[in-house]
Design a protein around this ligand. Structure first.
Ligand code: ADP
Ligand code: MG
Length: 339
């Protein structure tokens, strides 16, 4: 038997990177989450060659003090939780302290940041997990992270990258989810020299939906809202006449996080039963919020899936809210809800 040995931090981070950073879009998602957790009101995303060459995220959030910079890339180092007890009350998007450790292990990574009360900023350059340089620099308050040559030292992963267009498609989807979840934040997205989106802050989710999916979709949406014992549901669902051939236009946000949940997708489908033809899917942009104690987000490394304490109750609330709404809505006469 070979001897058992403790893996080095570098190997541990590469393994974590395999889980958390599947492709450039995963890095974009993680960095945007960090900016939002830092209280940013503006987030600028710049991409080159589908993210394989460059991912740059600049925010106007709280910034990072120079002495904390090395810790940002240490694994399991986070400013967001401090104890096991905190895990049950997570109010931030991040808490695992893994993303920057993973990303900086498999890229050429530059962190430039300045806290609001500092006279100047600091920058730290990291190559494949090794800090190359840390020094003062000029920069506005906030944080800029640049990731170059993602996966340059993990050739197998690099080989799995698809075309520039496909990778940018995934980035664009990650960006869309974030922009829909936070309409009050100003976001921009640039690919090469092309400014793909410039989304000034707005108060109504419908405005963002209009920008991404067009007026025809946005204007027919049915607004829904309900509250039941600390669980609130709000947002929009599509008129049955605007169904889709797949479920890709179903957006569900839980406490500001885009999630996928089979049971809730099922509830949505049930609500439209009798309203849609077989093989058609409703459109939805739904936001749920509940006390963090009622949901475990520590289920999946990318946090795309969560576990509800009482999923039956959430299921019934979604189904009940939509059914009630449909009964009182002026839906197309050919699509009468059953019962
Ligand atoms: P997590 O988000 O789970 O805490 P990360 O690896 O994503 O872990 O980030 C590590 C730490 O770096 C964060 O806890 C935070 O303190 C700091 N950090 C990362 N990005 C930013 C940012 N854009 N602005 C301010 N602080 C940041
Ligand atoms: Mg994070």
């Amino acid at each position: 038997m070979p001897k058992i040995q403790q893996l080095s931090a570098s190997v541990v981070n590469k393994i974590a990177a395999g889980e958390v950073i599947e492709r450039p879009a995963s890095a974009v998602k993680e960095l945007m989450e960090n900016s939002l957790d830092a209280g940013a009101t503006r987030i600028d995303v710049t991409i080159e060659h589908g993210g394989a060459e460059l991912i740059r995220i600049a925010d106007d959030g709280c910034g990072i003090a120079p002495e904390d910079m090395p810790l940002t890339i240490a694994s399991h180092a986070t400013s967001k939780i401090g104890s096991a007890e905190d895990l049950f009350h997570v109010r931030t998007l991040g808490f695992r302290g893994e993303a920057l450790a993973s990303i900086s292990e498999v890229s050429q990574f530059l962190l430039r940041s300045r806290t609001r009360d500092a006279d100047c900023g600091s920058e730290m350059l990291v190559h494949g997990g090794n800090v190359q340089e840390a020094q003062p620099c000029g920069c506005p308050p906030g944080t800029i992270i640049e990731i170059r040559n993602l996966f340059y030292n993990t050739p197998v992963r690099k080989k799995f990258l698809k075309t520039t267009q496909t990778e940018f498609g995934h980035i664009s989807e990650a960006f869309t989810r974030m922009a829909l979840a936070y309409p009050q934040v100003h976001f921009t997205l640039k690919h090469g020299t092309r400014l793909v989106h410039d989304l000034p802050p707005c108060h109504d989710l419908r405005e963002r939906i209009r920008i991404f999916f067009g007026a025809e979709i946005a204007d027919q949406l049915i607004e829904v809202e309900s509250e039941n014992d600390q669980v609130t549901l709000s947002g929009y669902v599509g008129n049955p006449r605007f169904s889709r051939s797949n479920n890709r236009m179903q957006y569900l946000f839980l406490n500001g996080r885009f999630i996928k949940d089979r049971a809730l997708q099922h509830a949505l489908g049930e609500a439209y039963r009798g309203l849609l033809l077989h093989g058609r899917y409703p459109i939805s942009f739904l936001r749920m919020s509940m006390p963090p104690e009622m949901v475990d987000v520590n289920v999946h490394p990318t946090k795309l899936e969560v576990r509800f304490q009482d999923s039956g109750r959430i299921y019934s609330q979604l189904l009940g809210t939509l059914r009630t709404k449909f009964l009182s809505s002026d839906l197309d006469a050919t699509y009468r809800p059953p019962g």
